[in-house]
Design a binder for this molecule. Structure first.
Ligand SMILES: [Cu+2]
Length: 304
């Protein structure tokens, strides 16, 4: 998904082996890293079993920065929405381009998680999560079909990977703030919780998060019958997609489980390798698919 994640995969081979000692996970990491650059499996000096952004940065040319969507421009790539204002209470098509270092709209994007462009949106009170896949015209103009959005301030995130040019293969997450005119109060953030319910499913999250340190996060899914599920279907090439938004600055972290997609269905346990840059509250949205239906669960994760 992100530069961060690409950076993570080789990192996984290093640090999870130390932290978990799991050769099975090593296999997963190796499987997932075929497109990632080779890195020596060495731990960061003095960091012991802990992974860190610094350690990740030491592992290659990709850096951890720039995938939180807080910037609209990076390395000459710029997100340019055609408008900064969307109409309220009605579905809207939002055209935008990503311009490259040469100032022209980029048209050559690599597929990532089965898509060339992922778009996320969240209201400033961390409600209204959207995860969409815009379509691109030949001239590089993307169109995102947004549903009716509540009035307020929204942050938009585009996740893409140039497939040519000086930063070919680097994933970027560029963001932009949009206004939906009208009045609407801010919802209070739900209290931190280890469980979330959606469509009869219960998700239980286990993690001991530390800001700016990589940490394992597991999600256990039980079905409507109360039993652990084993029938998760791949969605966009993965058994789940986790998007976490930081209360306040709206930084985004998007994660996928290291649990590989296999024949026969996934679950009940999905393991993520999480990296949340800042302490505070993160609103976590978990998307997964069963029986052809996409579910989105949400919970608040407190990072001390
Ligand atoms: Cu997506």
């Amino acid at each position: 998904m992100t530069t961060a994640w690409k950076g993570h995969r080789p990192l996984l081979a290093c640090s999870l082996a130390l932290a978990v000692g799991a050769t099975a996970l090593l296999g997963v990491a190796a499987q997932g890293s075929s497109a990632a650059p080779e890195h020596p499996p060495a731990a960061g000096p003095g960091r012991g079993a802990q992974a860190s952004p610094a350690a990740a940065g030491r592992h290659g040319t990709h850096t951890m920065a720039g995938t939180d969507g807080l910037a609209s421009e990076r390395d000459g790539y710029r997100l340019a929405p055609r408008t900064g204002t969307l109409s309220a209470a009605t579905p809207t098509s939002l055209p935008f381009t990503v311009t490259g270092p040469d100032g022209r709209p980029v048209t050559d994007f690599a597929e990532n998680q089965t898509q060339r462009m992922h778009l996320y949106a969240i209201r400033s009170d961390l409600t209204g999560y959207q995860h969409l896949h815009p379509t691109m015209a030949a001239d590089g103009t993307w169109t995102a079909d947004l549903p009716a959005l509540d009035p307020g301030t929204w942050r938009l995130y585009t996740s893409f990977t140039p497939n040519s040019g000086p930063h070919k293969g680097t994933e970027y997450v560029l963001g932009s703030t949009l206004t939906v005119p009208g009045t609407g109060g801010a919802a209070q953030l739900p209290a931190a919780s280890a469980t979330a319910e959606v469509d009869g499913h219960t998700l239980t999250v286990r993690a001991e998060p530390t800001a700016a340190e990589a940490f394992p996060l597991t999600v256990t899914v039980t079905g409507p019958d109360g039993r652990p599920v084993g029938d998760l279907q791949p969605y966009l090439g993965s058994y789940a997609h986790l998007s976490a938004f930081h209360e306040g600055d709206l930084a985004l972290a998007h994660l996928h489980p290291i649990t590989p997609v296999t024949a026969g269905g996934g679950g009940p346990v999905l393991t993520f390798y999480a990296m949340l840059a800042e302490p505070g509250n993160w609103r976590v949205f978990l998307q997964f698919r069963t029986a052809g239906r996409l579910h989105t669960a949400a919970l608040t994760l407190r990072v001390p």
